[in-house]
Write a protein that binds this ligand. Structure first.
Ligand SMILES: NC(=O)c1ccc[n+]([C@@H]2O[C@H](COP(=O)([O-])OP(=O)(O)OC[C@H]3O[C@@H](n4cnc5c(N)ncnc54)[C@H](O)[C@@H]3O)[C@@H](O)[C@H]2O)c1
Length: 396
């Protein structure tokens, strides 16, 4: 039986352990103390029970998965794979893995679930760059289909292939990507939130109108404002800031002053009871005022947005809806193209990443092809003509 050791039994480590155990791997978990591991194994057991109750898995499959979960014993050397999912701190990850390396077999693959640290840096610090690979799961790991497989500077291609095969055998969709800030999803998805905030800052539409438009016209599961309330504005804006700073403070990824002011006022979203919407009311009520009067948009921009939208979706959209939907989708498509241009990933991997990591209704680059690249360019040019920065410029 294949064997994986998971270091860190928190939200991600426990989720990854569950996925591996359900797919027939023998799983050994470690955390700062045994009580944390025991609690994680108990939590996984409860989740397996719920899956049985919902008839998603059989009682026998749940029992088999449960029997494969253990505390890490002295058999680390028998692991095919070690996945670390501990705190997001390069020094701590290096120190914890560094202590384990001497007990690992030379062929054991070392995977990190980091969201924002360099896989290459970790591999080099460990002196194990050839067998160190990113295996970036999404939260909750048992439900989210995507794994970004990240090739560090010195990672052997055979190690990348093996990690991709393992993730696929665990029922995941794999997007291979380079070791770059935000990898694919945490970079390419940023305009979904940021352009929506800018539309509000510009006084063009209300949060409710934006959310409703992206769902009813665009087919997105959640609108950008309700999604950022759900994620938490502190978490969302911290990721934005990290990715923006690491990508040379590109205007396309720049933080929103409106979102940052929500954080400084303590309005973090659902978890604090208030963000863009107030959750203390019977049903969520929008509490963000939009500057009035709304600015007049140039006829060329409205026409380009309507033309773009007509080819992007089957649903009939009003001009107001088209202006909002087309602007956000064009910004997303442009970021996907820049990511491809910057060598982050191949187009198919970028599309897999946003579909399975963000649940977008279509891959962004396939969507661009369906709309027609000249229509996308025409809209980006019209947006660029009124923008006060260069965020709508396309890659060459
Ligand atoms: N939470 C997410 O949405 C998410 C998504 C993708 C990736 N990640 C990444 O996954 C990693 C873990 O995140 P999380 O959300 O599960 O955090 P978490 O706080 O839920 O769990 C981290 C666990 O690591 C343990 N730990 C800390 N120091 C340790 C040590 N020295 N030895 C063993 N265990 C130790 C902690 O006790 C804790 O149980 C981070 O690198 C994070 O960036 C998180």
């Amino acid at each position: 039986m294949s064997r994986v050791t998971v270091i860190g039994a928190g939200a991600m480590g426990a989720g990854i352990a569950q996925v591996a155990a359900q797919h027939g791997w023998d799983v050994h978990l470690q955390d700062v103390d045994d009580a944390v591991v025991d609690a994680a194994i108990e939590g996984i057991g409860k989740r397996l029970d719920r899956l049985v109750q919902k008839e998603r898995i059989t009682a026998e499959a749940a029992e088999a998965a449960r029997s494969r979960l253990h505390r890490l014993d002295d058999g680390l050397g028998k692991s095919d794979l070690v996945i670390e999912a501990i705190v997001e701190d390069l020094d701590i990850k290096t120190s914890v893995l560094g202590d384990l390396v001497p007990r690992m077999a030379p062929e054991t693959i070392i995977a990190t679930n980091t969201s924002s640290l360099s896989v290459g840096d970790l591999g080099e610090r460990l002196g194990q760059a050839h067998r160190c690979c990113g295996m970036h799961f999404f939260n909750p790991a048992p439900i989210m289909k995507l794994v970004e497989v990240v090739r560090g500077r010195g990672t052997d291609e055979a190690v990348v292939d093996r990690v991709a095969d393992i993730a696929a055998s665990w029922g995941k969709q794999v997007a291979r990507c380079a070791d770059t800030p935000g990898f694919i999803v945490n970079r390419v998805a940023r305009p979904y939130y940021l352009e929506a905030f800018r539309i509000i800052e510009d006084g063009i539409a209300t949060p409710e109108f934006i959310d409703d438009t992206m769902k009813t016209i665009g087919g997105f599961r959640m609108g950008p404002m309700e999604l950022t309330d759900f994620i938490g504005h502190d978490v969302n804006t911290a990721t934005t800031r990290t990715v923006w700073e690491q990508w040379n403070q590109s205007a396309r990824l720049a933080p929103s002053w409106l979102q940052e002011s929500l954080v400084s006022e303590g309005h973090l979203g659902r978890k604090s009871g208030r963000g863009i919407y107030d959750y203390e009311a019977d049903s969520p009520t929008c509490v963000i005022q939009v500057a009035q009067p709304a600015p007049q948009l140039p006829d060329a921009l409205r026409a380009a947005a309507i033309e773009f939208t007509r080819h992007a979706v089957d649903t009939d959209a009003t001009a107001e809806q088209a202006v909002v939907f087309a602007r956000i989708l064009a910004a997303l498509i442009n970021e996907a193209r820049w990511a491809e241009h910057d060598g982050v990933a191949a187009p198919a991997d970028i599309d897999t990443a946003v579909q399975y990591g963000m649940n977008y209704p279509r891959g962004l680059l396939a969507w661009r092809d369906a709309i027609g690249p000249p229509r996308v360019s025409a809209l980006l040019e019209a947006l660029d003509a009124v923008a006060d920065d260069d965020r709508f410029i396309e890659p060459a």
